[in-house]
Design a protein around this ligand. Structure first.
Ligand code: SAM
Ligand code: SF4
Length: 397
């Protein structure tokens, strides 16, 4: 059932902290075998209809969130570098008119380093994008092929070089702990990556996601991944090498120079308000002091039709209980090296941090040096972050 618009508005005074805005572009040139993001390969994309539908959703969201300060805009995907630059420009213009943009407004666009997209980087900059996040994935040609990527290592390096000349802030993504990869191969690749780095890097360990080509091959034993001990060694090496290069491991998979952390992604991890528009996008927004989870229709065609008909493609708008919020805030916040602030937690969730966790597990995890707790901040230690999923599962049990 589709959601009916509430008449409640959040007075701007309730949200001086501001919001983050996520815009999802669900199309890609091809589907990578490891990826379970809401992305589709489509030959003829009705760019103008999609642009108008995104603007409709933006206006609808702004009706619900009167003039709140805007901290960040993030064009994610799919492959938003396949969007027409005029659509990106129109969305930035609308967002900055409908909300109150902060002087420090961060506008990120995810880009793939294929030639079509590299040619557009300068136009995206002119449209107002001030940060780009490039999906490089690997600097090894054989691995790029195995990951099903549509670009070469040379194209990736050219894209990075051009991006660094064009944008004040540049990040790129690499995937490691890939099939057959040794520790020393990864260390060598990472050292090479660090010669190309600007101010931010996202380094993900390959995960096998349900429903992907890799998941089917994995089930049949056609691909194997590094075992737990090698993956842990790779993570420790990653932290040591990036730290020595002046990048701080501020989130499990994210590394930045001090002050160059992604403002947008920090909003998710700090569990602040964000609007998500476009097919399948999620949001966390407040009405009358109540936090709601929002979701949009995942299928791009169904989403487009609904948005054209009723001005939005919301499929879910659910109030979150204190227990829901506590769980989500801990799942997010314990990924950050800064941890979770107990005062912010109680204010946001309506229950105390200690009430929200399994206390015997908390005590044991502190004794084992997986967690650190000083009565104000709960954070994972580096050994805690090595086993974060198991730790969270036990703590929230
Ligand atoms: C939205 S996706 C990709 C953005 C862009 N379309 C691209 O391919 O570069 C964001 C990032 O998630 C990472 N990622 C996606 N699936 C992954 C998986 N199964 N394991 C590890 N990292 C993954 C990739 O590094 C990717 O760049
Ligand atoms: S990794 Fe990027 S390009 Fe590949 S399918 Fe996922 S979103 Fe598309």
């Amino acid at each position: 059932m589709l959601y009916e618009s509430p008449s409640n508005r959040l007075p701007s005074s309730q949200n001086e902290e501001g919001i983050a805005l996520y815009i999802h572009w669900p199309f890609c040139l091809s589907k990578c075998p490891y990826c379970d993001f809401n992305s589709f390969v489509a030959k003829n994309i009705p760019q103008e209809r999609f642009a108008q539908a995104l603007i409709n959703e933006l206006r609808h969201s702004a009706e619900q969130q009167a003039a709140v300060p805007l901290n960040s805009i993030y064009f994610g995907g799919g492959t938003p570098s396949l969007m027409s630059p005029s659509t990106v420009e129109a969305l930035i213009d609308q967002a900055t008119q409908l909300f109150r943009p902060k002087d420090s407004l961060e506008i990120t666009l995810e880009a793939n380093p294929t030639s079509v997209e590299i040619d557009r980087l300068t136009t995206f900059r002119k449209a107002g994008v001030n940060r780009v996040s490039l999906g490089i994935q690997s600097l090894d040609p054989v691995s790029l092929k195995a990951l099903g990527r549509q670009h070469s290592v040379a194209q990736a390096i050219d894209a990075l070089t051009l991006a660094r000349k064009t944008f004040p802030r540049v990040s790129f993504d690499l995937i490691y702990a890939r099939e057959g990869q040794t520790l020393s191969q990864w260390e060598k690749e990472l050292h090479q990556a660090l010669t190309l780095v600007n101010d931010h890097l996202s380094l993900y360990q390959l995960t096998i996601e349900e429903g992907t080509v890799f998941a089917r091959q994995y089930e049949k034993g056609q691909i194997t991944l590094p075992d737990e001990s090698l993956s842990a060694d790779m993570l420790v090496a990653t932290q040591t090498i990036t730290n020595a290069h002046g990048l701080l491991n501020y989130e499990v998979s994210n590394y930045a120079q001090a002050g160059a952390e992604s403002k947008h992604n920090l909003a998710y991890w700090r569990y602040q308000d964000y609007i998500g528009i476009g097919p399948g996008a999620h949001g966390r927004i407040r009405f009358n002091q109540q936090l709601y989870a929002t979701e949009r229709i995942r299928n791009p065609t169904t989403w487009l039709k609904a948005t054209e008909k009723q001005g939005h493609g919301l499929s879910v708008m659910e109030p979150l209980s204190p227990a829901d919020k506590a769980r989500e805030m801990l799942l997010m916040g314990l990924r950050l090296s800064e941890g979770v602030n107990a005062t912010n937690f109680a204010k946001r969730c309506g229950i105390s941090l200690i009430e929200a966790v399994n206390e015997p597990i908390l005590k044991a995890a502190i004794e084992e040096d997986y967690l650190h707790w000083d009565q104000k901040i709960l954070r994972t230690t580096s050994s805690g972050r090595l086993r974060l999923n198991t730790l969270l599962e036990a703590l929230l049990n």
